[in-house]
Design a protein around this ligand. Structure first.
Ligand code: HAM
Length: 429
């Protein structure tokens, strides 16, 4: 029996993990600048939470959730996204400050392909509190600051408004229904049913006939009520004042989750092919109320897929440089003793402890004696930056030889100066 990771679920191996740590640390830094606080919610949640928030008629709820009965016969779900969990936590704990961010795994049982996984990771932010257009723009500022901080340049930000659930959407549904009546025969069975249950979801359908049928369909952007139209106009006006938020209006964006109203947006990247959405989000003013909180509390948020961010970053110039910078920053030190004298080993262990105590990264001393050549081979494979050599001569002199693995140069350093020496060398790189 050969054990393998489940389909669509990836191991992130040690030689790749620095990229993830890079995205995580840049994200934390950017969120911190905007005074967003981290929240961590459980991966397992109750089924009704997502049925209620994402919507019964969505692909996610109908086909993509990992859901099962737990041992207590309760219906549970591995979260397909984080927004609903964050809002649940916000309401449950009566949080006062709704500027929240998260980094973590989500699960969707989709057919795996490039950029689409069953376990994937999102970095996202939710701004729970107001209904003002200023909040939409603040959120887009955070999103674009994050993308810039990561070094992503070749992305496109597309925004749209899907109006409100009370006035625009009932009106729009009527218009769309009228239009789709003539196309009824071309629609798949699912979409024929959706006309009655949740007509807007027809836009998510991947069946060719349905895609064709909706090509010329009326757009929700042309059917906004006055307050929604004003909200969108204000968002655009404020965005135009922000020099570094390049955006386009894209009336076809409806998003695949039901909780949105008014502003919605998506970020795409040319390196990604079919699954080109790096991130998405929008306003969801009714969700806090739906999940038991105050109906007056509006919210908006975004989430980026970390796998897709990394795929996009890999294609951007400069990211490779970041890789070498990361390696250098790690600055591994490989310490070795030459000859079989046990006193040397004891002395080397002391140096090892001292350097670790001073925050250096030090490979564990080899248990067996080896010739220098072997040690250097190992150090090379580990990408060590310096090899510290303690032989009989050095031991007698109270020194250690330091070999710079990049330049190949070697010099003897007094033991009591080794910390300062290595610090200086690491900083000067
Ligand atoms: P979403 O558009 O469903 O929105 O997902 C956000 C991002 O997660 C996508 O743009 C994509 O990069 C990534 N993603 C989604 N599914 C997969 C998958 N199967 N494999 C790899 N990456 C994937 C949401 O989840 C909303 N909660 C966003 C939001 C936050 N809206 C308001 N606040």
């Amino acid at each position: 029996m050969k054990y393998q990771a489940l389909k669509g679920m990836m191991d992130i191996l040690p030689d790749q993990v620095w990229k993830w740590q890079f995205v995580e640390s840049v994200s934390r830094n950017i969120f911190n600048r905007f005074n967003f606080q981290e929240i961590r919610t459980p991966i397992l949640e109750s089924l009704p939470l997502f049925q209620r928030s994402i919507g019964e008629e969505t692909d996610i709820v109908q086909k993509e959730m990992f859901q099962f009965k737990d041992r207590g016969d309760r219906d549970v779900v591995m979260r397909p996204e984080v927004t609903a969990s964050v809002v649940r936590a916000f309401v449950e704990h009566q949080l006062k400050d709704g500027k929240l961010y998260y980094i973590g795994a989500s699960f969707r049982a989709e057919r795996p392909q490039a950029g689409r996984f069953r376990q994937f990771h999102q970095v996202g932010a939710e701004l729970i509190g107001g209904k003002n257009p200023e909040d939409d723009v603040l959120l887009l500022k955070v999103l674009t600051a994050l993308l810039a901080g990561l070094g992503l340049r070749r992305y496109q930000l597309k925004i749209n408004s899907v109006g409100c659930q009370t006035t625009c959407r009932p009106e729009y549904r009527k218009v769309l229904k009228e239009y789709l009546k003539q196309k009824h025969a071309h629609l798949c069975e699912n979409c024929q049913r959706r006309i009655e249950t949740n007509i807007i979801r027809i836009f998510d359908c991947k069946v060719e006939g349905c895609q064709k049928a909706i090509e010329g369909a009326p757009r929700v952007l042309d059917h906004l009520c006055k307050p929604c139209e004003e909200h969108f106009a204000k968002v655009k006006e404020l965005l135009d004042h922000e020099k570094d938020i390049p955006y386009q209006i894209e009336p076809r964006i409806v998003r695949g989750l039901d909780y949105y109203n008014r502003t919605v947006f998506e970020v795409s990247h040319d390196a990604l092919g079919a699954q080109n959405a790096v991130g998405g989000g929008g306003r969801y003013d009714t969700l806090v109320g739906e999940l038991g909180g105050s109906k007056d509390i509006g919210a908006c948020g975004f989430a980026c897929g970390m796998e897709r961010l990394l795929m996009a970053l890999d294609s951007e110039e400069g990211f490779k440089t970041e890789e070498s910078a990361q390696r250098l920053r790690c600055g591994l030190i490989y310490l070795c003793v030459l000859g079989g004298n046990p006193e040397l080993k004891t002395a080397a262990r002391k140096i090892q402890g001292q350097l670790r105590g001073a925050d250096f990264r030090v490979e564990e001393l080899a248990a067996e004696d080896k010739p220098l050549k072997k040690h250097l081979e190992i150090a090379n494979r580990l990408h060590a930056l310096f090899v510290l050599i303690l032989g009989e001569d050095e031991f007698r002199e109270g020194t250690v030889s330091v070999k710079d693995m990049n330049s190949g140069t070697q010099e003897k350093i007094k033991l009591d100066a080794i910390e300062t020496y290595l610090k200086g060398r690491l900083v000067s790189r």
